[in-house]
Design a protein around this ligand. Structure first.
Ligand code: NAP
Ligand code: G4F
Length: 329
């Protein structure tokens, strides 16, 4: 029997790596798009998922995506590539729009041309985001909640989200969006608040640092484990009909809670002497609070998160302590 084939953009990122591992374990032939002439994260792909077939490409370059599709001949395409750091998106709004927004259209259009008369033959997943809910209009947020993005990143994701729906409705593509709430892991980029906190706490534990500088401690997020969330992406593409799904734990915590849990794990209850707040890490427009309702995913996909937030924080602190002990920076 021939193996199912998947093509992943954003394979060098947190989710790309977990998804590649999941699909390989399920017997897929996995292909990944990697950008840049000397991408430092290519090595990570080679270490963690050496079976992945690599294709050079960029979401801003349709011909490179067409080539990747022709070479890979995928049954499923997972579009995870994006400029994904919200704070950075204010400083690089046009670039974020080109990659995170218009890049989705470029991928959809490449796929439409690739599939020709049979647009439904390749299934497509778009990495939509809870950041689209922004200034939330309903709590908890679900698939029908009005979108009100608060950052150039959020606006770009809204564009990609509606383009995915539009290609589904216009051309009959099997195109689904996962509206994923924040998900984290030891592979999370160090610019994001969870990893910034767990790495600093690990350093403080080992006597390698004595300060953690943060922005807004009151913001609240619905944080889950990335390993659980990539499972939901795959499940969406196994459905007969394409659709959009919120993926979330349904529980929200503040940054303050995150800091509490991380320090408690190394035996520090009063962390006030280690933590300083700096305006530099505040955003021009904040998303104050997010919490998702994943009832539709539970009922239709049978998806549920397995790792809760305290366990996630402990996992990340432990991984950072081990990595630092092993001499990784
Ligand atoms: P990530 O770790 O930041 O990974 C982003 C990936 O996009 C990287 O592989 C990056 O490649 C790639 N990329 C950036 N610019 C590109 C371009 N011009 N062309 C092709 N690829 C490009 O993000 P993640 O946490 O894995 O998230 C995966 C996706 O889910 C993203 O679309 C993100 O916006 C979305 N999302 C994430 C969360 C979350 O909480 N993690 C929640 C909702 C939605 P390089 O290595 O070359 O930079
Ligand atoms: O960890 P963050 O940078 O994640 P954010 O902005 O929620 O975005 C992440 O989740 C989205 C899903 O909703 C994804 F679409 C997106 O790609 C990304 O993965 O910040 C979380 C919160 C914010 O409210 C921020 O203001 O933490 C607050 N925060 C406080 N101090 C900080 C810091 N964030 C960062 N990155 N660094 C700080 O020092």
């Amino acid at each position: 029997m021939t193996k199912p084939r998947a093509l992943i953009t954003g394979i060098t990122g947190q989710d790309g790596l977990y998804l590649a591992e999941l699909l390989l374990a399920k017997g897929y032939e996995v292909h990944g798009v990697i950008r840049g002439q000397n991408n430092p994260r290519r090595e990570l792909v080679e270490q963690l998922v050496p079976q992945v077939h690599q294709h050079n490409g960029d979401l801003t370059d349709m011909s490179s995506l067409m080539r990747a599709l022709t070479e890979a001949q995928p049954d499923e395409v997972y579009n995870l590539g994006a400029i994904s750091f919200v704070a950075y998106s204010w400083e690089n709004a046009a670039l974020t729009s080109d990659v995170t927004g218009k890049g989705v259209l470029t991928m959809l259009e490449a796929l439409r041309l690739h599939t020709g008369d049979d647009p439904g033959r390749v299934r497509f997943y778009q990495a939509s985001s809870s950041e689209m809910f922004g200034k939330v209009q309903e709590t908890p947020q679900r698939e029908t909640t009005l979108l009100w993005p608060r950052s150039p990143y959020g606006v770009s994701k809204v564009f990609g989200h509606y383009m995915t729906i539009n290609y589904r409705e216009s051309y009959g593509m099997h195109a689904s969006s996962g509206i994923l709430f924040n998900h984290e892991s030891p592979r999370r980029g160090e610019e994001f608040v969870t990893r910034k906190v767990t790495k600093a706490v690990a350093k403080i534990h080992l006597g390698l640092a004595d300060e953690l500088v943060l922005g807004n401690l009151d913001a609240r997020r619905d944080w889950g484990f990335a390993g659980d969330y990539v499972e939901a992406m795959w499940l969406m593409l196994q459905q007969d009909e394409p659709d959009d799904y919120v993926i979330a734990t349904g529980v929200s915590h503040s940054i303050h809670d995150l800091v509490d849990l991380a320090f408690a794990h190394i035996g520090i209850d009063d962390w006030s002497r280690f933590v300083r707040q700096d305006e530099r890490f505040r955003r021009p427009a904040e998303v104050d609070t997010l919490v998702g309702d994943a009832t539709k995913a539970r009922e239709r996909l049978g998806w549920e998160p397995k790792v809760d937030f305290p366990a996630l924080v402990r996992m990340m602190v432990d991984a950072d302590v081990e990595a630092l002990k092993a001499g990784w920076k």
